[in-house]
Design a protein. Sequence first.
Length: 212
Amino acid sequence: MPRITKLEPQVKHPSRWSIFVDERFFAGCSEEMMASLNLHVGDDLSTQRLDEIREALGMTKVRDSALRYLARRSRSESEMRKYLERKGYDSSQIDTTIAWLQEKKYLDDTQFAEAWVRNRQQLAPRGKRRLMMELFQKGIDRDTATQTVQRGISPEEEAEAAYKALQSRKNRYRGMETLEIKQKIYNFLSYRGFSSDAVESAYERFIKDLAS
């Protein structure tokens, strides 16, 4: 029967340990995982026990991949699932990892949607329609996307965001005819997903600014 013959910290990564079975390197794992698996030198390993260890270490690898992906920015469930699929993990590992991430509150589509709307409005103002489309593209379901955008942006805030989106374009419009300015503003803001009321409000304020 296979036996654990050595457990030693890795030279380059002291927080990780190398497991040797019958004097051969078997796998590496964190100190926490080693304790969780209750591994000791001299343990005899049945085929079932070896499979359990392999499965546990495999899940750790999937979780580590997921956490590294989350370290860059928050993710939607759909983004995470597609990423793990691209990494080649099987559906069972992915489902288990996503459930673990959700349990730990590392993955939450509502929080993701709220953060997305908040960051967009701070850095690159968008209208409600455009924001909902972006959330759909991130894999957020329609109800969550719609409720988040409607709850997060009032009509007044959307009108203000539309006005802010025009501030960097003042020099482009100086000297143009009013009708041409109106057409360009309406096209620009409509493309960014602003409602007709928000566009009209922003246009009226912007024209007054140009005239002053």
